[in-house]
Design a protein around this ligand. Sequence first.
Ligand SMILES: NC(=O)c1ccc[n+]([C@@H]2O[C@H](COP(=O)([O-])OP(=O)(O)OC[C@H]3O[C@@H](n4cnc5c(N)ncnc54)[C@H](O)[C@@H]3O)[C@@H](O)[C@H]2O)c1
Ligand SMILES: [Zn+2]
Ligand SMILES: [Zn+2]
Length: 388
Amino acid sequence: MRALTYHGAKDVRIETVPDPILLEDDDVILKVTATAICGSDLHLYRGKIPQVKDGDILGHEFMGIVQETGSAVSRVKKGDRVIIPFVIACGQCFFCQKDLFSACETTNTGRGAIINKKGITPSAALFGYSHLYGGVPGGQAELVRVPKGNVGPFPINGSLSDEQVLFLTDILPTGYQALLNAEVQAGSTLAIYGAGPVGLMAAACARMLGAETIFMIDHHEYRLDFAQQHYNTISINFDEDDDPAHTILENTQFRGVDAVIDAVGFEAKGSTVETVLTNLKLEGSSGEVLRQCIAAVRRGGIVSVPGVYAGFIHAFLFGDAFDKGLTIKMGQTHVQRFLPELLEFIENGDLTPADIITHRMSLEDAPRGYEIFNKKEENCRKVVLIPN
Ligand SMILES: NC(=O)c1ccc[n+]([C@@H]2O[C@H](COP(=O)([O-])OP(=O)(O)OC[C@H]3O[C@@H](n4cnc5c(N)ncnc54)[C@H](O)[C@@H]3O)[C@@H](O)[C@H]2O)c1
Ligand SMILES: [Zn+2]
Ligand SMILES: [Zn+2]
């Protein structure tokens, strides 16, 4: 089969590799009909995530048709059309039973990313996301082996197109979980840092839940314009305004918004010192957006962090967060938990996530897709790849 493989920073290729086979009784082999490139893939692409090996197949946002099932799979059968959550969960451990699927402690054979590890088990395995997360081959391919076939694959019936439901695999539940963590409701004031796919999904969900005011912060004018036109956000371009939090404080009644979402993560642009230290591996992450978030939220407010972080940050103003009495919530998305309700929102027309797609390409052109998305060329918001 053909698949997108990693060969070092900014070197991904489409190659012919062996077809996947069933390894466990509850595995599924899926024929991929659509897959997307995620901002999380860009961390891999830029070589920022350790333990990605030469030849690893990337991709964690994908859907398709069940081609083969192991003897213990009862939830889906050959020919079913399904979306696959990017988180691989067993459905049975202590954490899965609490709907904390991304904390599943039985699926990840890798080390996990935690530094002060002691005896803790790693978080759930992820498709195509380094050997820290299990080294599971990803779905930017013609075929993919899907472990936990009775827990992950989520059947999609009816007349919805691939594009309408593809983002249920990751970015839509991620935006939604960020909003629920932020306790956004009718009348809320909100700021979202990062107008990439995750920030845009968060804005769409915020509008659906009745948020009153939404500030959107980025420096790509075309992304800010899209958010403003589709989700009625107030744009702040951080190339023109180097302290968006200050502007937010000046334009809110109680000196800050009720909640802030960090949809950027550890590669945030802003602090040259942190960027240099991070490149030298002396710093784990850029704390630029977290500092902005803590400054932009009102006293007693919530900072919700779907953006990915790794390791330590020196200039993390924990004392400011304490003084303001903030709540901070974060983490990988518990995708499986939100699928039924989000599918309903799509069926009702309350959410139309496919709006953000700008690029539809053949899987064969995936390396160019990565380049365009990474460099933000051609006003790229989201790339969908279609295997032949
Ligand atoms: N928690 C999860 O389960 C989960 C799931 C999916 C993605 N993610 C993470 O969410 C983040 C965003 O993903 P995406 O697909 O939208 O990526 P993306 O790279 O397309 O978007 C990130 C945006 O942040 C902007 N940005 C950079 N520095 C900024 C700053 N200082 N202030 C404001 N904006 C800034 C960039 O210009 C870009 O538009 C990534 O870290 C990704 O790994 C997490
Ligand atoms: Zn993703
Ligand atoms: Zn589990």
